[in-house]
Design a protein around this ligand. Structure first.
Ligand code: HEC
Length: 77
């Protein structure tokens, strides 16, 4: 399961630089949110801002994406 690839394909055009920088969506690197918060947000999205991905990804794929977000180094201020 390649969280980085899944992220690049489905999330990267809003969460810039692989989630390391803010773009259309916020920076995700260094997030102090809980895993449950991240998982829930990816599943349900946000009305008018971010699509819901519950139907697009399996549970292991969702976990892989969260693991990828956690692996990001917070390099941008
Ligand atoms: C169409 C643009 C878009 C796409 C595609 C998108 N997002 Fe988002 N995302 C946003 C926006 C905008 C927000 C902020 C919404 C708000 O809370 O106001 C957001 C918020 C988030 C948050 C919450 C951050 C926080 O701390 O509140 C997470 C986690 C997240 N996105 C992950 C993902 C992942 C993972 C994907 C791919 C599966 C993805 N997003 C795809 C636009 C997008």
């Amino acid at each position: 399961m390649d969280g980085e690839k899944l992220f690049a394909t489905s999330c990267g055009w809003c969460h810039q630089d692989g989630g390391r920088a803010a773009g259309r969506g916020p920076k995700l690197a260094g997030s102090d949110r809980t895993d449950e918060y991240l998982l829930n947000r990816i599943r349900v999205g946000k009305e008018g801002a971010m699509p819901a991905f519950a139907g697009s990804f399996s549970e292991p794929q969702l976990r892989a994406i969260v693991a990828y977000i956690r692996s990001l180094k917070d390099t941008h201020p």
